[in-house]
Design a protein around this ligand. Structure first.
Ligand code: ZN
Ligand code: ZN
Length: 412
């Protein structure tokens, strides 16, 4: 299975929101075939946690993991850095996206456990990266990325960070440990201040919980009380940046309201909180290590559903991260928000979170859909798209699409 990201226009700046409603996200996730995920077991190793799959099906018995890490740190010679990494990676079986520039490194990659950890350990031998937070999760069906892309990239994060003071850690939100985060949420939900639904003036609010991801990620799972982001791609968010009355942060007391924000692994909050800091918001907090770190240490407390991930696995149950602290997935399908875990088209309740891209190549919207709607709309997100010219056929079973270039080149 391959997911790749397809830039379709020049990089917009993170802080710019288009005025018209978006139908195409800049980074659309393309799915060329499917792998389903079942629960893995988390085992401890000498240096990092690695994950033991159930027999390593399709991997020749070798256990694979996905590793993610990032760090904003000054790198004086990024090209030399890239060359060094290439030299080390030679001979290792690693696929994924590893980007380096003057502002640091951002990596998501998969491979046999021995290889993925060898690379992380090698990196940590360098004092600039010795404190880097390495996160792992199981990849039960082998590689979660189609190939290795290891290169210099002008921006470490979608939307562009070169114009932001990413090397100044005081500009970012204050990280809370998962236990501190859980504590805050539990206290807040007891006094019912978490719901982002407007109840009176934002100026009186003591706390706001922001899901700093994309709408379709929220659909698979989120923290109780977090409102669904209103965008297909959070890079287009104007939360806190617009002058609209409907802005979630409109009227918020910038000096006294605690803004708690979370994302998958932490980098998005580091970028977004820097932008909000520039706008004068003072009390910014983030979940250290993101949701994946939280699920690992706190289990599914305060969390609803699954975690969407940007690789071929798409969505992981909390038990993937911590099987002992997690209740069954089905019992977690309880959300105060009625839009959670619903088919995007017919709004029926879903028990399986199978995201798919719209069959219309020129839409490519990522959405959750029930099996009936996939058939009826032939993989499209709406009836308009079923009339489009560039339609990919729905493949049988859980397979989704061939590789993107095959359609791009006109081979339907
Ligand atoms: Zn449906
Ligand atoms: Zn569509």
């Amino acid at each position: 299975m391959a997911i790749s990201f397809s830039p379709t226009s020049p990089l917009p700046r993170f802080s710019l929101a288009p005025s018209s409603p978006l139908r195409i996200s800049y980074f659309s996730v393309r799915i060329s075939c499917v792998a389903s995920i079942s629960n893995g077991l988390v085992l401890a190793s000498s240096s990092h946690s690695v994950h033991k799959g159930e027999g390593g099906e399709g991997n020749g018995g070798v256990e694979f993991s996905v590793v993610t890490f990032y760090k904003f740190v000054s790198i004086e010679d990024p090209d030399g850095e890239v060359a060094k990494h290439h030299a080390f990676l030679k001979g290792l079986d690693i696929h994924g996206r590893i980007y380096v520039n003057e502002q640091g490194i951002n990596a998501q990659y998969s491979g046999p456990n021995a290889d993925v950890l060898a690379y992380a350990d090698w990196l940590k031998d360098d004092p600039r990266f010795s404190d880097i937070f390495v996160q792992t999760s199981p990849a039960l069906y082998g590689h979660a990325f189609p190939r290795l892309k290891m290169r210099y990239k002008p921006s470490l994060f979608e939307g562009g960070t070169a114009h932001l003071p990413m090397l100044d850690s005081t500009m970012r939100a204050t990280p809370l440990t998962p236990a501190e985060w859980r504590n805050r949420l539990q206290i807040s939900s007891n006094i019912e201040e978490l719901s982002n639904k407007k109840t009176g003036s934002n100026h009186d609010r003591k706390l706001l919980l922001l899901d700093v991801r994309n709408g379709y990620e929220w659909d698979a799972g989120h923290f109780q009380g977090a409102e669904r982001p209103d965008v297909d791609s959070f890079r287009y968010t104007d939360v806190g940046l617009s002058i609209h009355e409907t802005d979630l942060l409109a009227g918020v007391d910038k000096e006294n309201t605690d803004i708690l924000m979370y994302c998958t692994g932490g980098i998005r909050c580091d970028v977004y909180s820097t932008i909000l800091r520039q706008r004068g918001f003072q009390k910014l907090f983030t979940l250290n290590g993101g949701i994946s770190h939280y699920l690992m240490t706190e289990g599914s407390a305060e969390w609803i559903g699954n975690l969407f991930v940007f690789d071929s696995r798409l969505s992981l149950s909390p038990s993937t991260y911590n099987s002992t602290l997690t209740t069954s997935v089905r019992s977690q399908i309880v959300s105060k928000d009625e839009r959670f875990a619903k088919c995007y088209i017919c709004a029926s309740q879903l028990l399986e979170f199978r995201h798919r891209n719209c069959a219309n190549l020129d839409c490519n919207k990522l959405f959750l859909s029930c099996g009936n709607c996939v058939e009826e709309f032939r993989g499209c997100c709406c009836s308009d798209c079923t009339q489009a010219h560039r339609l990919r056929p729905v493949l049988p079973g859980y397979k989704r699409y061939q590789k993107w270039h095959r359609y791009r080149d006109g081979n339907f």
